[in-house]
Design a protein around this ligand. Structure first.
Ligand code: NAD
Length: 388
């Protein structure tokens, strides 16, 4: 097994840049513990997104064609950070060429496309990683361990929500996220995929759902090509229709008997980055809010001396914490989560052992999304069913 992995990146926007930086940071944070990533080539549709990448990240080559990345003989893994409409095509080509696939969530535009990617990756036998970055947070992993160890008893309730109003300004441009052709689903694919994957991680399989959706801002200014980010605004010029949902909500029932609610909204006012998980069990409870990322609130009935929730800080005893800070309190930040994710991916490739957060996890998320979509149409509870 060579000690290096050639990496190609397709889509040098927000996530492409972040994952490129993370690849460079893995050896700095984790030492020589795994394969050393080499940034070989990256692609973007716009030259403006490529002008600095050789000097900033050390890529050897740039291109406007994603096929050059997949076909490059030195590339062993392809990072897919394009809008969702390109995920399937690139992942399929990469997997069929025997290259490992690191794809951003939601993995395609619709649940059926996630299933296609799962199928290609499984057939090819390559390693995969999906950008479910929040699952690497030390206190979130600690929460999962407390639940697994039975510290809060049987789960009875689970509520998850992600409120981040990046599209709350009606002058925010009609970027790819708001269009069906490029994004497919809206918030159900985008923010809700994080809520669902964390919910499944903590609460286990969901058996059935009753979902709803709403588009609050139905028209936006057209994007200036190559200039649109999450928050770019344009106050003048032509406008176009928003083609997918701003808000999604669902009542959920878990296979283990717990009852819950899931919500996400991209236009809500107030919260900055309110990704919240609240789990109640027969013997205790846990809650966490990404806005206070390194604090977990824990209540257990066996602590009769303490009547309410206790604040538990991220600490070196928790997974990954000590790579970023030797003391209690300050855990890894959002960008560090991508370093952990890249490290895990390299480790899976090095050992040829697929771990969590691969396309199999994306398929489970997609099965819940598919049930929510069916519920939008039927206005009834819908079972979560296998997609493959
Ligand atoms: P972005 O718009 O910032 O970047 C996308 C890039 O892809 C742009 O630079 C665009 O020019 C490029 N592109 C478009 N068509 C292309 C083509 N044919 N060939 C090559 N490049 C092309 O978007 P983003 O925020 O980086 O999102 C990208 C992906 O990452 C999405 O799937 C999104 O859901 C996901 N994402 C994940 C997280 C997370 O927390 N895990 C956060 C944000 C975005």
């Amino acid at each position: 097994m060579p000690d290096q992995l050639g990496v190609g990146v397709v889509g040098m926007g927000f996530m492409g840049r972040l994952i490129s930086r993370s690849m460079l940071t893995v050896p700095v944070v984790f030492g020589q513990d795994t394969l050393s990533p080499r940034l070989i080539i990256c692609a973007d549709a716009f030259d403006s997104r490529l002008s600095d990448v050789k000097t900033t990240f050390g890529f050897g080559e740039t291109t406007n064609s994603w096929r050059d990345v997949v076909d490059h003989p030195e590339v062993g893994a392809v990072v897919i950070t394009t809008p969702n409409n390109l995920h399937v095509e690139i992942a399929r080509a990469a997997a069929e060429a025997g290259k490992h696939v690191y794809c951003e969530k939601p993995v395609g535009r619709y649940p059926s496309e996630t299933a296609d990617v799962f199928d290609c990756v499984r057939r090819a036998g390559v390693i995969s990683m999906v950008g479910y970055n929040y699952r690497w947070i030390p206190v979130v992993r600690h929460a999962a361990k407390l639940i697994k160890d039975g510290r809060i008893g049987e789960i009875t309730h689970l509520r998850g929500r992600f409120f981040q109003g990046y599209g709350g300004d009606p002058a925010a441009m009609l970027t790819w996220r708001f269009r069906e052709e490029s994004s497919g689903l809206g918030t159900l694919a985008d923010m809700m995929s994080h809520v669902i994957e964390l919910t499944l991680m903590l609460g286990g399989p969901i058996s059935d759902v009753a979902g709803n959706r709403k588009t609050f801002i139905t028209e936006r200014p057209l994007e200036i090509p190559g200039e649109g980010t999450h928050v770019s605004v344009r106050t003048e010029g032509p406008r176009g229709s928003v083609e997918n949902e701003d808000y999604v909500g669902a009542l959920v029932r878990f296979a283990g008997g717990a009852q819950g609610t899931l919500e996400a909204c991209r236009v809500i006012k107030g919260p900055a980055a309110e990704l919240i998980l609240e789990v109640n069990g027969t013997e205790g409870a846990i809650r966490w809010n990404r806005e206070r990322m390194h604090e977990l609130e824990v209540y257990t009935e066996d602590r009769s001396d303490l009547t309410g929730y206790t604040q538990v800080f991220s600490s070196p005893e928790m997974p990954f914490h000590s790579y970023f800070h030797p003391l209690r309190g300050d855990g890894p930040g959002l960008k560090d989560l991508k370093v952990i994710e890249a490290y895990q991916f390299l480790k899976y490739v090095e050992t040829n052992e697929q771990g969590e957060s691969g396309v199999a996890d994306a398929l489970e998320v997609a099965e819940v999304q598919a049930a929510i979509m069916r519920s939008w149409e039927s206005s009834r509870w819908e079972d979560v069913r296998p997609l493959i």
